[in-house]
Write a protein that binds this ligand. Structure first.
Ligand SMILES: O=C(O)C(=O)C[C@H](O)C(=O)CO
Ligand SMILES: [Zn+2]
Length: 281
């Protein structure tokens, strides 16, 4: 068994969150350890039952074991999985089919896959597989999505410090996804604001995993209701659970990248409720 439950996170009412202090906010919404050498480390969130975690294999492959919070005989019995490799080259095997995953390529694994394992090509430069999983009801074929094949969108400008490139990997028009929508955003040097102007989307929760951030730097991740904003100080390779009712955007002390993933009632990336800057408090 290589899967280790790190945590289970209950959902909170936004009215209660208004009164949270820094530590309580961090306990509920920040995941500090995603990549644990030699482990599959998972956090189960009750927001849309999204599972967020990492697999960081060393010399031996790691398996995605049955996960007690799901109460199912195997992990993907009633779920789908998104994988993006943020480390050195690696491979993912799904029921005997092997998918090579160089850095920044992605894999969608459909409902029903029984045996999933993760391997690093070179244990000295281990793969870091970032994992997100949502409940699913319909089978879909497993699919590799190369970084260069992801739908790419250029947004923002240097003048507003938010020049960035969005890559949409797991999307309803490119995979058989049920709920999961997943991609990556990279900020240009000198740009520090992500997802600004910001938004909510009460139809879907979202999770962020920040990476490519130097150890001496941090991202101020903004959350909360649009008129009750709060923030989390986030370090490299830490993740944030963003509730359906919360804004989600960030400002770094340098540029950085992040993986976003969503699950909920729809899979429309553009279905957002804008929260204009001048209305935020
Ligand atoms: O930089 C951005 O803008 C984003 O990456 C937006 C997020 O993906 C998002 O919040 C999608 O709902
Ligand atoms: Zn969003």
């Amino acid at each position: 068994m290589t899967t280790k439950t790190i945590d289970e996170r209950q959902a909170a009412h936004p009215r209660d969150v208004r009164g949270y202090d820094t530590e309580t906010l961090r306990q509920d919404f920040l995941i500090e350890r995603i990549f644990v050498p030699g482990e599959v480390a998972l956090t189960y969130s009750h927001y849309d039952r999204m599972i967020v975690g990492g697999a960081m294999p060393a010399a031996k492959p790691l398996t995605l074991d049955p996960f007690p919070p799901t109460g199912t005989p195997f992990f993907l019995a009633r779920r789908e999985l998104g994988v993006i490799n943020l480390g050195g080259a690696g491979s993912v095997s799904v029921d005997g089919e092997r998918f090579e995953l160089p850095s920044l390529d992605a894999l969608y694994v459909g409902l029903g896959a029984r045996e999933v394992s993760f391997a690093s090509t070179d244990p000295a430069n281990p793969a870091k597989f970032y994992l997100t999983s949502a409940p699913a009801h319909r089978e879909a074929r497993h699919q590799l999505i190369r970084k260069d094949d992801a739908n790419t969108i250029h947004l923002g400008s240097a003048e507003t410090s938010n020049k960035r490139t969005i890559r949409q990997y797991i999307m309803p028009n490119s995979t058989g996804t049920n709920q999961l929508v997943m991609g990556m955003t990279a900020l240009e040097p000198g740009s520090v604001w992500n997802s600004m102007p910001c938004h909510t989307h009460t139809r879907r929760m979202e999770a962020y995993l920040y990476f490519n951030l130097d150890q001496a730097h941090r991202v101020f991740h903004f959350m909360g209701e649009p008129q009750q904003t709060r923030h989390l100080l986030v370090a490299n390779e830490q993740a944030v659970i963003s509730p359906n009712w919360s804004i989600h955007c960030g400002c770094g002390t340098s540029n950085y990248s992040f993986v976003w993933a969503m699950a909920g009632d729809n899979v429309e990336f553009t279905d957002m409720d804008a929260a204009p800057v001048e209305t935020l408090r």
